[in-house]
Ligand binder design. Structure first.
Ligand code: RIB
Length: 290
């Protein structure tokens, strides 16, 4: 089966900072590197490196040709990535010495996808394919509704978190991935616990504590521990986890095995500086010693 990803494509400008700047503070960076990024592009690369066939639905401007070429070089199908007049999205990412980050997003072309683009991509999709969405493009609810109607397994990674955006896609979801803080924000917005959302699979990522799967039908809980690593840059680790989980499920692994593989990929990712370009391959994930 294939994975369709309606997702952002960004130029990530990553600044190495002595600490994350405070309001009103001017602070010099110790270094600057440019990577391919965007939560969408990161997930596409992760799922491709996990071994899946991934079709990316997205958009860039004239300044983003390099990003599309790089996605294609990494094995992602870019037939449904539009070239628009709007500039490509970018992210200004400050990373401190502990690997924590702060991200400013310029959405650019990521928010200018069209229904015609979606329709063309969905025309090639088959029941059982996975559709993944995040909150850095437009048309998530429309895509979720169409994906659901077409028998795709619809997954939403609720980042950057917005309770209203989650609620717009919720009726169409088979799978929801969010972190602990976001789960609590969603509970406050909906009055429902993750088990009561009516979503078949919910994963709550717990950072250094690992990740939890909640079976929406039975309420059964599965905890997968995190692996012990020293983080140098946490940027894109969540995207790597999501891409690997979906790829592993696409390859037929159980949820427990998929989460275990994704935990290894995420752990390896935080030991590297950068985003899509440095996402580990399945061989690297298998070989890693923790
Ligand atoms: O999750 C990390 C990503 O968030 C970065 O690649 C950046 O582009 C933003 O989308």
């Amino acid at each position: 089966m294939a994975i369709l990803n309606l997702g952002s494509i960004n130029a990530d400008m990553v600044y190495a900072m002595p600490h994350l700047p405070a309001p009103g503070e001017t602070l010099a960076a110790g270094g600057l590197q440019k990577f391919l990024g965007g939560k969408g592009a990161n997930m596409s690369v992760a799922a491709t490196r996990g071994g899946s066939e991934v079709k990316h639905i997205g958009a860039v401007g004239a300044d983003g040709v390099w990003a599309v070429e790089r996605l294609a070089d990494y094995g992602v199908d870019v037939e449904h990535v539009a070239r628009l007049d709007t500039p490509t999205g970018h992210a200004i990412i400050a990373v401190d010495r502990d690997g924590e980050n702060l991200i400013i997003l310029y959405p650019g072309a990521n928010r200018e996808l069209t229904m015609a683009q979606l329709d063309r991509a969905f025309a090639q999709a088959a029941p059982g394919d996975i559709l993944v969405l995040q909150n850095e493009t437009n048309l998530q609810a429309e895509a979720a509704e169409r994906g659901n109607a077409k028998g795709l397994r619809v997954c939403y990674a609720a980042a950057p978190f917005d309770a209203a955006a989650v609620q717009a896609v919720l009726p169409h979801l088979d799978f929801l991935i969010l972190n602990e803080v976001e789960a609590e924000q969603l509970r406050q917005a909906t009055g429902k616990t993750p088990a009561d959302l009516g979503v078949r699979d919910v994963i709550i990522t717990l950072g250094a504590k690992g990740a939890r799967h909640i079976d929406g039908a039975s309420g059964a809980v599965l905890d997968v521990p995190a692996l012990p690593v020293t983080a140098v840059d946490t940027t894109g680790a969540g995207d790597t986890f999501t891409g690997y989980v979906l790829s592993a499920l696409d390859r037929g692994l159980s949820m427990a095995d998929a989460m275990a593989e994704a935990a290894r990929a995420g752990a390896l990712m935080v030991t590297r500086r950068g985003t899509a370009d440095v996402i580990p391959t399945r061989q690297e994930v298998a070989d890693a010693q923790f």
